[in-house]
Design a protein. Structure first.
Length: 192
């Protein structure tokens, strides 16, 4: 009889152990599922951190480009101010009046004040050549000997060539004086 009581107690203990094992298995499967979800969340967080790092690097590069662009804009404004100052100091040269290209040479242009007769093409070309010769001679070096003033319809080609050769040495000197400044400005503006 004691053996049967002991067998009964042992069976009750085995059923209790079996029930506890089933409950423990359910908890372990829930823990495994949570662990997999946690691993997935960690992988997503890692990917997000990588994207944030690349976005930060891109933002830094954009900031550096912005700083470089700002510096170039500041230098360009300085160069613009220098050019405006140079243009203000430049002597004013009279510019020839250019007729409207749409007016036909055989037509007269009626003005309310003065009627204008058509200008022949050869005479117009001679005037333009004379004006060009005057402008070129005006750009020659101050110490250079100037040719006589060109006459419309005369041989202005010789006058233009003379003015060009007289002004060449002055142009070379001016270029030599401007080149170092231009190089330094170009290097400053377009430094990468």
């Amino acid at each position: 009889m004691t053996a049967m009581i002991l067998d009964g107690v042992l069976m009750i203990l085995l059923v209790a152990a079996l029930a506890y094992g089933v409950r423990l298995e359910k908890k372990l499967s829930a823990l495994r599922a949570g662990q997999q979800a946690f691993a997935s969340a960690v992988a997503d967080l890692n990917a997000a951190a990588g994207r944030a790092e690349s976005a930060l690097a891109s933002l830094r590069a954009s900031g550096q480009e912005t700083d470089l662009l700002h510096d170039r804009i500041v230098k360009a404004r300085e160069v613009k101010a220098q050019l405006e100052a140079l243009m203000a100091r430049a002597p004013d040269t009279p510019r020839p009046i250019v007729r409207d290209a749409l007016i036909k040479p055989d037509l007269t242009v009626a003005s309310p004040l003065v009627p204008v007769a058509p200008i022949p093409a050869d005479e117009e070309r001679a005037r333009r050549m004379a004006a060009l010769a005057e402008r070129i001679q005006g750009m020659a070096a101050p110490g250079a000997v100037r040719a006589p003033a060109p006459v419309p319809g005369g041989n202005n080609v010789a006058a233009i060539l003379g003015a060009l050769t007289a002004g060449r040495s002055a142009n070379q000197t001016a270029k030599q004086n401007l080149n170092p400044g231009r190089r330094s400005l170009d290097e400053d503006l377009f430094a990468a």
